[in-house]
Design a protein around this ligand. Structure first.
Ligand code: ATP
Ligand code: MG
Length: 267
């Protein structure tokens, strides 16, 4: 069931109807953690092979509300993976130079090269989310972006990049608990931001923006996965399952050795 939380192109949905609680899908946390660890070993082996093959590319996009768990997911899921074959990019408020270009410029520059896994912590979707909610550009500018994004992702998949997109779906109650935790726990204080509290006031607007973005940009070549993310252990498990499943489908192969190695003696 690797694609249990995958959206179907053209099929309407309401985010409020999609679960944020994962435990209903996998009640046994210990078993989930055991499976997660086993899957992580598989991920490490598949990534080694993808890197050695040096042909295909995998792009993994993470979007979420603040405290939605993007950082934690990346830290936990990719633990032990050869860092040489993975590049994580975090997209913040665009710089002056980035703003002087089209919004996909900074994105396209860092999509994964052959053999690589690219991980996006936020992405081009910010340009139809935060930008829409806070009226940074008018609707006449952001609305055509859905189709532009679909075409951009089509270009990527047509040229050998598998694209996986995960929305980490948390409840507003869970977000509040995580904010509180960031306040209470000294080692997490640095993660607390007043700006996040401000953005929380726009929760419903963000949900509406996410709903439309996920709907408009679920294509046969790059569908969204809406991950129940209130329980971190379920989130980690189901995301790793989907990544491993995708890598297995990509079926990377170690390259053939250069010539016949059987007669070579190393002394
Ligand atoms: P953390 O979870 O650690 O807080 P973060 O991804 O929220 O990580 P921040 O530096 O706190 O990182 O915030 C980045 C901010 O940049 C977010 O508020 C995001 O909405 C904003 N941002 C990203 N892309 C764009 C964009 N294209 N236009 C405007 N704002 C953007
Ligand atoms: Mg933040």
């Amino acid at each position: 069931m690797p694609h249990k939380h995958q959206l179907e192109p053209g099929r309407p949905f309401t985010l409020a109807d999609l679960p944020t609680q994962g435990k209903q899908f996998f009640p046994d946390r210990d078993a989930a953690e055991a499976e997660f660890k086993a899957l992580r070993r598989e991920l490490i082996e598949l990534q080694t092979c993808l890197y050695a093959e040096n042909k295909q590319k995998l792009l993994i996009v993470f979007q979420a509300m603040d405290a939605g768990g993007k950082d934690g997911t990346i830290r936990r899921v990719f633990r032990g993976v050869n860092p040489q074959g993975v590049r994580v990019h975090s997209f913040k408020v665009p710089s002056k130079i980035e703003l002087a270009h089209d919004y996909l410029w900074r994105i396209h520059k860092v999509v994964p090269a052959k053999g690589m896994i690219g991980v996006f912590n936020r992405s081009h979707y910010e340009d139809v989310l935060v930008v829409r909610v806070h009226d940074i550009v008018p609707e006449s500018v952001w609305r055509p972006r859905y189709e532009q994004i679909n075409q951009f992702e089509k270009l990527l998949t047509d040229t050998g990049t598998a694209v996986l997109k995960f929305f980490l779906h948390i409840s507003p109650e869970e977000q509040l608990e995580r904010f509180q935790d960031r306040l209470d726990e000294p080692s997490k204080n640095w993660k607390f931001s007043l700006e996040d509290l401000e953005k929380r006031k726009f929760w419903d607007d963000y949900m509406a923006a996410y709903e439309e973005a996920l709907q408009q940009c679920t294509t046969p070549w790059a569908p969204w996965h809406v991950i129940p993310a209130d329980q971190k252990w379920y989130r980690n498990l189901t995301i790793t399952r989907t990544i491993v499943h995708t890598l297995k489908q990509m079926n990377p192969q170690y390259p053939e050795p250069e010539g016949d190695l059987s007669g070579i003696v190393i002394d």
